[in-house]
Design a protein around this ligand. Structure first.
Ligand SMILES: [Zn+2]
Length: 382
């Protein structure tokens, strides 16, 4: 079996250092500056920041770094997001043996600093061991956690590779090749306000209309490919006023674009039917109404078993005599957006665990194992 001279302690140090650079969404600049310097030092021929900041509202654009490589091979990219969720300010990394955690009052930031740390160590080993490797690009995005904003505004003209890997998933030795599409829904139910004690018969409760529609809906797991949820509700003015506006927000996800469309329509028509049905009971021009906004959040992602991005990672696993598990996931990420640009992107798990919680942890041995996989991807005959 091939083995690489990964420096485990150096990898631990750079993971710790990366986690301790605060980079909440929209505030990735210190991280981008640090990575620009580091990637340049590591021999990148070019490190560019794209102009996405104008559109995302972040204080940094996405970073794209290019390494020319030493041999002529098919170019490949590795992508991670620089931003982290809250609570993610003032992170202090604790290490017990091989396990990293936060101090308990913040996340750790292994999502997605684990991927970045593995990339950095991979590049160091490529150079130290003088391993022949082909052209490689590193893409570091902003604002992934707040709607994939960096990826949605990526200047794809700066990316020369046709396929690559996003290092951004829990578990280890997992490769994600499919993810659902999602629609975001905002529904504003307009009723008619009236004093609840003096003249309730003149009012129509937006609350009751929304409740009736929701009770008529199918939510949760709709079929093996699809889910739906309403997670936010707001409205009303006072306890004694019949509410004239209730806003609810939710989402539909599906691995099938057709089902996504059909379930979204089903929700729309359920709300319209309930509101129209109620209006018919009233005379005159005092009618309740409903406004529905559907925004596509991200498109479906599906990579074929025989696509080069998958064949190459399988070849890498063979070199390491390692079994990989290929799966579809229930969540959307930057990879959904990259794939929609025609940049085929498979997601590689980095060992991150209990992400988005203050119990988040990472095992250094998993980080070593991911770095090995990246090295094998670069070194394999592809
Ligand atoms: Zn992530």
């Amino acid at each position: 079996m091939t083995s690489y001279s990964i420096n485990k302690e150096r990898l631990a140090d750079s993971f710790t250092q990366l986690c301790e650079i605060d980079s909440p969404s929209f505030e990735e600049k210190p991280m981008a500056d640090f990575m620009t310097e580091l990637l340049t030092e590591l021999g990148a021929e070019l490190v560019t920041e794209d102009t996405s900041a104008k559109h995302t509202g972040s204080n940094s654009g996405n970073l794209i770094a290019r390494f020319p490589g030493t041999v002529n091979k098919e170019p490949v990219f590795f992508a991670c997001h620089m931003d982290t969720v809250s609570p993610g300010r003032g992170i202090q990394v604790y290490r017990t043996g091989d396990i990293f955690t936060s101090r308990g009052n913040t996340i750790l930031g292994g999502d997605d600093k684990s991927g970045i740390a593995a990339i950095v160590e991979m590049i160091r080993v490529l150079h130290e061991d003088a391993l022949p490797y082909g052209p490689m690009e590193i893409i570091l995005t902003t604002c992934e956690e707040v709607g994939l904003l960096g990826a949605k505004n990526l200047d794809t003209g700066l990316v020369h590779s046709r396929y690559g890997y996003a290092l951004d998933s829990t578990g280890i030795n997992r490769v994600v090749l499919g993810a659902p599409a999602a629609n975001r829904l905002k529904i504003e139910v307009h009723g008619i306000s009236a004093h609840a004690g003096l003249n309730p018969e003149q009012g129509v409760s937006a609350f009751c209309l929304a409740a009736r529609a929701i009770a008529d809906l199918r939510l949760g797991r709709l079929d093996e490919q699809s889910t739906a949820n309403f997670g936010l509700i707001s409205g009303g003015v006072a306890r004694n006023i019949v509410p004239d506006l209730i806003t609810i927000e939710g989402e539909v996800r599906s691995h099938s674009p057709e089902k996504l469309r059909d379930y979204t329509r089903e929700i729309e028509s359920t709300f319209r039917n309930v509101v129209m049905g109620w209006s018919s009971q009233l005379g005159g021009n005092r009618q309740p109404s409903v406004e529905i906004t559907v925004e596509p959040e991200y498109p479906v992602m599906r990579i074929g078993d025989d696509d080069p991005v998958i064949t190459r990672v399988k070849r890498a696993a063979d070199i390491l005599e390692r079994e990989l598990v290929f799966e579809v996931s229930g969540g959307g990420s930057d990879a959904n957006i990259f794939n929609s640009y025609g940049l085929q992107t498979a997601i590689i798990a980095t060992g991150m665990d209990k992400v988005h919680t203050t119990d988040e942890s990472l095992d250094l041995r998993d980080l070593v194992s991911v770095t090995e996989l990246l090295l094998a991807i670069m070194a394999c005959d592809f």
